[in-house]
Ligand binder design. Structure first.
Ligand code: NI
Length: 302
């Protein structure tokens, strides 16, 4: 069964996101597109889990039981697989991002975060970034769930915490320090479990307090994070240098084009990327980019 794709999030959903710092949208990825993304990311998961790769894009944590390295994150998934380029062009997602931050949106991070079965790595309470690069709009991740997330594997969030001051966050964190960050800790903290099905999407503000316990269950939980920022804020505050902006704009344009060409995508109204001056960008459809991997470390401000 598939649900028809909506054009964009509603005004009520936008308001919920602004008030609470997160928003769940069900059944965004379905059918063949979901299946192909799951398969592509399974290939990367298998590659990364087989042995500890000497590659900075594959990141490992320490397994809680064995003390051995366990795969926890893979960076730059758009460069690694065409299915992920096609996903970046998703028109419902891009129109919803535009509704939240404006027409000068640019893609920044593209990562897969995972909880391996048996020894899924903990993610302690955190904000994804500080407030120093946040301007007049929210900055957020769009999290595509490739597997179900239940109370064994899910993310926990503190609704509204994206509006807290740094001092409030510090205070809350020290009140909720715990050596053993298990599921009971997360439940007792007053956090909300983000229960998801494969294909659902979570928008989460980078200032929202969130985290997740070790996964000791036999379930695998993979999430792809695409982060977006407004170009005018990136230009003014970073964290990347301004030259990063047109590079990532071309990545976006190329991915929108690849989605139009993809044979597994059903009829849909493509997203039209039309950022205002001074962020208009030159790109000829069909031009292949040299890379889709612009490493953050090469573009940080001094
Ligand atoms: Ni995070």
């Amino acid at each position: 069964m598939s649900t028809p794709q909506r054009s964009v999030i509603s005004d009520e959903e936008k308001q919920f996101f602004l008030d609470d710092g997160y928003l769940i949208v069900r059944s965004v990825l379905q059918g063949e597109e979901l299946r192909r993304i799951q398969q592509a990311m399974q290939e990367l998961t298998d590659y990364g889990a087989q042995t500890v790769r000497d590659d900075p894009d594959y990141m490992y944590g320490t397994g809680p039981n064995t003390g051995k390295p366990v795969l926890r994150r893979i960076e730059y998934v758009i460069d690694k697989r065409d299915e992920m380029k096609v996903l970046l062009g998703h028109p419902f997602i891009l129109r919803s991002v535009e509704k939240l931050i404006g027409k000068d949106l640019i893609p920044t991070w593209d990562s897969m975060v995972l909880k391996m079965p048996g020894e899924g790595i903990i993610v302690p309470w955190h904000r994804d970034a500080g407030t120093e690069c946040v301007g007049d709009t929210p900055i957020f991740n769009v999290d595509f769930y490739l597997d179900e997330a239940d109370e064994d594997t899910c993310l926990w969030v503190i609704p509204g915490s994206h509006k807290w001051s740094a001092e409030q966050v510090q205070e809350w964190m020290s009140a909720h320090r715990d050596a053993d960050l298990n599921r009971e800790h997360f439940r007792a903290s007053g956090a909300v479990p983000v229960l998801m099905q494969a294909g659902a999407v979570l928008f989460h503000n980078i200032l929202l307090l969130h985290g997740s316990p070790y996964n000791l269950s036999d379930k695998l939980r993979r999430v792809v994070y695409y982060e977006f920022r407004p170009a005018h804020v990136e230009q003014e505050l970073g964290p990347h240098v301004p030259e990063y902006i047109p590079l990532k704009q071309r990545v976006l344009l190329s991915c929108i084009e690849k989605r139009k060409q993809a044979d597994h995508i059903a009829e849909e109204e493509p997203y039209v990327y039309n950022p205002p001056a001074p962020f208009t960008v030159q790109w000829t459809p069909g031009t292949e980019l040299p890379t889709y991997r612009y490493a953050h470390g090469d573009y940080w401000r001094k």
